[in-house]
Design a protein around this ligand. Structure first.
Ligand code: HEM
Length: 460
């Protein structure tokens, strides 16, 4: 048995055990965290506190941490102490073995260095135009009296934005086919039951076009063909290289002067398409939900937007609006789309919050539980953007994009997109919720999304 003990050098000098959920009922526990992750986590937090250990099927024993001191110790530790790629194997069928998500050590560091610049700095100006034009295209035919599902509309915007930013494409047969396949592939995991496929390798069997996994594989194969066609055409004709992320990656060279291989390019494109579009779409859907669920939030936001010409103002001016920033931040506090940061598998023993944790254990910083701590966020179950105007939270109290050497490379892009899309929609239309009651949070693949996708009605 693994014994996790509190360090005997701790202030009270007693060697006490880390709270540990008993071993039995592993399968049942795994089923619960798949079907009702937030309910499960809150219950465990009440019972065991802000650091405890437990086991799920298909994963090594893990320690769940929801204490800012513990989070700080993890995010500021030497990255060599952890492997995260190995703990992210669940994403392998989607993104491939060369994805940043699955890499560790030097290769992870090198790839991150190549992928970061296209998502930051001056390039954001180009993306601002793409985001606003795409939003315009998707929302221009909303008519008064009509209803729509926020999740579907936001997904259309975010997929088109990421495809455009990544490939520099917004039309054409290949582009349309890529778009359709991605929507279908993600739909395979759209409810908690079908998300089970990601967690159990034994379920990942190709039983033909009618089985969910068979459908997923067929989609992936066709998507691969299309991505490789695009990569090869661009490599062959350098005059086709533009300002988009694929062009930048094709031109990029590592420290040894080597370009990325075809399969590396394919895996990183898949990573950005999958990590970058559904997360942002879900965040936007939650934001639209909260803005229309809490009347004062909508009023305050409209008041702030009325101080500028939100449709035409400089994108940077919009991103600096304090209340809009607070609404986006509170949206990601309440339901941080990805509720755990990546697991960190210990490569050597570590002292964490005074406990000695042995090698091989998986550390799981729980974003959701930290974001719902009463001592940091009074009335945590109330949507209150004002809390972000009243005080600054440390990167260990508020971390919707994770931290340390794995911090999300698309964080700035996602916040930028959220703000520009919301500013455009709210300054153009009046909307109201077309839901009968509060909307619950449910698992959608590896994210937490609004059940039913949030129905909204255009009122003017
Ligand atoms: C609201 C939207 C988003 C949320 C909530 C989100 C959240 C996260 C989180 C929690 C992590 C793990 C960080 C850690 O373990 O410390 C992560 C990693 C990552 N995200 Fe995002 N993300 C979002 C949007 C995006 C976008 C737009 C892109 C790309 C265009 C992207 C690409 C990635 C990649 C490649 C990683 C892996 C980084 C690494 O392993 O070094 N994400 N994201």
């Amino acid at each position: 048995m693994t014994v996790l003990t509190e360090n005997s050098q701790s202030p009270n000098n007693t060697a006490s055990h880390l709270p540990e959920i008993p071993k039995g009922f592993k399968l049942l526990r795994t089923a619960r965290i798949i079907m009702n992750p937030l309910g499960y986590l809150e219950e465990r937090y009440q019972q065991y506190g802000d650091i405890f250990s437990q086991e799920f099927s298909s994963f090594p024993r893990q320690v769940i941490i929801s204490n800012p001191q513990g989070i700080q110790e993890i995010f500021t530790a030497d990255p060599k102490l952890f492997q995260s790629g190995a703990g992210n194997q669940i994403a392998l069928p989607l993104v491939g073995a060369n994805s940043l998500l699955l890499l560790d050590g030097d290769r992870h560091f090198q790839q991150r260095k190549l992928l970061m610049p296209p998502l930051h700095g001056e390039r954001m100006k180009t993306y601002g135009k793409i985001i606003r034009d795409t939003t315009e295209k998707v929302i221009h035919n909303w008519t008064p009296g009509s209803t729509f599902k926020a999740q579907a509309q936001m997904q259309e915007i975010s997929l088109e934005v990421i495809l455009h930013a990544v490939f520099g494409l917004s039309e054409g047969e290949r582009y349309r086919e890529i778009q359709q396949i991605i929507v279908k592939m993600l739909d395979v995991f759209s409810n908690p039951l079908s998300a089970t496929f990601l967690f159990f390798k034994s379920l990942q069997k190709d039983l033909g076009a009618w089985s969910p996994w068979g459908r997923f594989l067929a989609g992936r194969q066709r998507l691969d063909e299309l991505l490789y066609q695009e990569i090869r055409e661009r490599q062959a004709r350098v005059q086709l290289l533009g300002e988009d992320i694929l062009s930048l990656l094709i031109s990029a060279r590592d420290e040894a002067g080597e370009p990325m291989s075809e399969v590396e390019l394919r895996d990183e494109l898949m990573t950005m398409l999958f990590a970058g579009h559904e997360t942002t779409a879900t965040a936007l859907s939650w934001a639209l939900y909260w803005i229309h669920y809490v009347p004062e939030v909508r009023e305050n936001l409209l008041q702030e937007l009325s101080t500028i010409d939100a449709e035409n103002a400089d994108a940077i001016e919009i991103t600096k609006l304090p209340y809009l920033n607070a609404v986006c931040s509170e949206t990601l506090r309440f339901y941080p789309i990805i509720f755990f940061a990546f697991p960190r598998i210990l490569q050597a023993p570590m002292q964490l919050m005074g406990y000695n944790i042995p090698k091989g254990i998986m550390l799981s910083p729980c974003i959701y539980l930290v974001h719902h701590r009463e001592d940091i966020y009074p009335e945590p179950k109330r949507f209150k953007p004002e809390r972000f105007l009243e005080r600054q939270f440390s990167p260990y109290e508020y971390f919707p994009f994770g931290g340390g050497n794995r911090r999300c490379i698309g964080a700035a892009f996602a916040m930028f997109e959220m703000k520009l899309v919301l500013a455009k929609i709210l300054s153009r239309y009046s909307l109201e919720l077309a839901e009968k009651g509060p909307v619950a949070a449910v698992r959608r693949g590896l994210t937490i999304a609004p059940r039913g996708g949030v129905r909204l009605r255009v009122t003017g």
